[in-house]
Design a protein around this ligand. Sequence first.
Ligand code: NAI
Ligand code: NM2
Length: 499
Amino acid sequence: MAQSTLDSMPGASTGTVVVTEPLNFWGGKRVKPREEKNAEPVFEPATGRVLCQMVPCGAEEVDEAIQSAYAAYQKWSKMAGMERARVMLEAARIIRERREKIAKLEVINNGKSITEALVDIDIAWQSIEYYAGLAGTLAGQHIQLPGGAFAYTRREPLGVCVGIGAWNYPFQIASWKSAPALACGNAMVFKPSPMTPVTAVILAEIYKEAGVPDGLFCVVQGGAETGSLLCHHPKVAKVSFTGSVPTGKKVMEMSAKSVKQVTLELGGKSPLIIFKDCELENAVKGALMANFLTQGEVCCNGTRVFVQREIMPQFLEEVVKRTKAIPVGDPLLESTRMGALISKPHLEKVLGFVSQGARVLCGGDPFVPSDPKLKGGYFMSPCVLGTDDMTCVKEEIFGPVMSVLPFDTEEEVIQRANNTTFGLASGVFTRDISRAHRVAENLEAGTCFINNYNISPVEVPFGGYKMSGFGRENGQVTIEYYSQLKTVVVEMGDVESLF
Ligand SMILES: NC(=O)C1=CN([C@@H]2O[C@H](COP(=O)(O)OP(=O)(O)OC[C@H]3O[C@@H](n4cnc5c(N)ncnc54)[C@H](O)[C@@H]3O)[C@@H](O)[C@H]2O)C=CC1
Ligand SMILES: C[N+](C)(C)CCCC(=O)O
């Protein structure tokens, strides 16, 4: 079935695709919504046109998906890690083979440029390939005890895990969550954001085609209500959530009721510190990479760019020049570097931040491309603010808005950089290696990029400090978040009883 959406993709252009197939997936197939009455339109951000309907799953549907995942978990968890790896490698291969089509569909639903979407899809299959590689390495420990007795540990899966995703990296988030989950022997029920429902189900079909047991990776559609049904379900062992801080808190609270494990990947307001001894051209490129990927809708963006006062004029001149030159427009064109924001209300919210009395150095206006089919799209010109305006510097804007702030000393800038409740990422540009590592040590954030920004190889752990969340995605450590240790203690002699 998915093939039909995907098969229409090679010739697809902006403004032409309509998705009509059911977007739920469990029991090894797409499942039609039980009732259509709560259907919500999903928009193509580049045109404002309706792309499909998202019909939220109710309690019975959520339960069906979870039961189907549980049945699959019982088979999958008994397979050897090497066998699971083989299936996952096949899934990675299929994604690689269909990368252009999947990327196109992602662009049509999300609005980001095709150049970026292709990278996202590549990171997705790489993540599955990486965890396939780890699946065969899962092992416990053997511990010798007195009198010939011993103990050993088994690394076991958790059971049915739930993934709840945001709209900015729909396919990639589904892969980042499912890859480690499946490698460890778990099943996953995934709920994409109601604004980007169309690509998660393609991943489900690919896993099925690769040979996972029916039900191993399920997709249920919906918003807050469906999400809360998942977090409350007694058969769910863990919830991995990507989204905003307020929703993350609710997910944690709901999960606490039945003591489910949680991973929270939340928002950020990350600092990027540029010292005067940096290589300026790289620092400027770094600041652009830190702010303008996916129209600035990236949780780990370095949106507070601290620049040492002595180099501020040169830095601003260059960064403004390059920001003005970013081609905004039809996201399916290879020449486009910035597409449309996710929705009209979100665009208005971002423009609202800019208009709050901040010193605008460039951009920050609604943008209407000349192509008539894009007239209803949610575009804006990327923006640089030279400001200390408190709202823009404190709150996560989640749009193409960079704030540039002057600083004088290392001590002062670290204190200001850490003066936030968030702690997802950070960055530093300097040629002084001691300073680079000292700053990295002192920044309160889950990641610090030195002399680059926003690269995320799948081998490297990603996650937050402070209110940006806890738990990690990517890297070896994520195995710990999708598995548990069982200790088996073996007596070789007689029982010494005190009674
Ligand atoms: N740290 C990270 O990896 C990332 C964090 N984000 C954060 O996500 C936000 C933007 O994404 P949104 O989708 O607007 O965030 P959101 O928090 O509104 O929604 C995220 C997901 O949670 C679901 N949800 C909403 N209410 C729920 C509830 N009561 N129970 C269970 N699930 C519920 C939504 O349907 C969606 O799938 C930004 O603030 C950004 O910082 C976004 C991407 C990555
Ligand atoms: C891929 N990367 C690093 C640009 C962003 C990943 C985090 C997110 O989902 O926002």
